[in-house]
Design a protein around this ligand. Sequence first.
Ligand code: ATP
Ligand code: MG
Length: 363
Amino acid sequence: MGGIILTGDRPTGRLHLGHYAGSLRRRVELQNSGNFDELYFMIADVQALTDNFDRPQRVRQNVIEVALDWLSCGIDPSKASLFVQSYVTELTEMTIYFMNLVTVSRLERNPTVKSEIQMRQFERNIPAGFFCYPISQASDITAFKATVVPVGEDQAPMIEQTREIVHKFNSLYGEVLVMPNIMLPDNKACMRLPGTDGKAKMSKSLGNCIYLSDDRETVRQKIMSMFTDPTHIKITDPGKIEGNTVFTYLDAFCSDEHFERYLPEFACLDDLKEHYQKGGVGDVKIKKFLNNIIQETLEPIRQRRSEFEKDIPYVYEILKKGSDRAREKAGQTLYEMRSAMQINYFDDAELIRQQAEKYSGNE
Ligand code: ATP
Ligand code: MG
């Protein structure tokens, strides 16, 4: 039997190169590999509301943006179920049961949540919903009995938390849930692509993104003003590779063929790096090279997007159909969970018979 995939994105903005490198590109490969029986791609609107509850319009608008970005990257609704989290209400019920299996101190230890709390300046006023979103993520993964979760590195603590919940649920109530495995990008630069400003992570919330839907000129401008090595002033100065965002992006996106096409004076990335470190290679040259590569990557995505944009009702229809399928699957898992937890009072004829027998002497 092949595996099952679940992964998703928060509808908090259009998708960017970090999503593409960290997750989207891999998703499309996995979808087309034929190695998986079921694929579920979720638009995490419930999770987006945990820190955008006062901006429901933002979430509403970005549901369609994420769907368009997915379709333009090659996600195929005939092979995968594309769905909206809030429509699958079973997930919410599962979250309530899972909350019993996790302590507050365990949630406080989650490093991703910790840094997100800092970034959002919640300080002591952390919404309980936001604090608990790793539990809700465990529901998203387990509801579909996902075996593989392809995500960026920032999601590793969430998968770890999910695995603990699966272990606890199964040992308490019986083997119902499937243990999921994280699938990280195999290329280190893709695990956490930095922002164009050189900050640790390209993130919708930090405003340092190159969006998949940016036009050619916007992409060019963002690349030409990217953070490099601040001590590399003259072309002849030796340059640093570590922490140089242009090189991190080249690590993530460039192949030897790109050199043949756009920079034939160098054989490969290692060759370019060596020369840059020695001195003699200017930032404008490496930025122009990166721009060629990124434009080549984004062009087919832009073209497909413009096609899907012509039929928005069809895109909503894709999401509705996928949501119906997702709901059916989550419903099955929830049914099994309720039975294992012994709260399936009305489906259990044996329970009713036993209770009736117990009281039958009292007539
Ligand atoms: P937000 O700021 O709203 O959290 P985000 O940019 O972090 O948005 P998410 O929707 O939280 O995006 O993440 C969706 C998926 O993309 C996750 O699997 C995450 O690991 C991956 N991802 C997001 N940003 C990056 C990045 N810069 N590099 C690699 N993967 C990323
Ligand atoms: Mg995020």
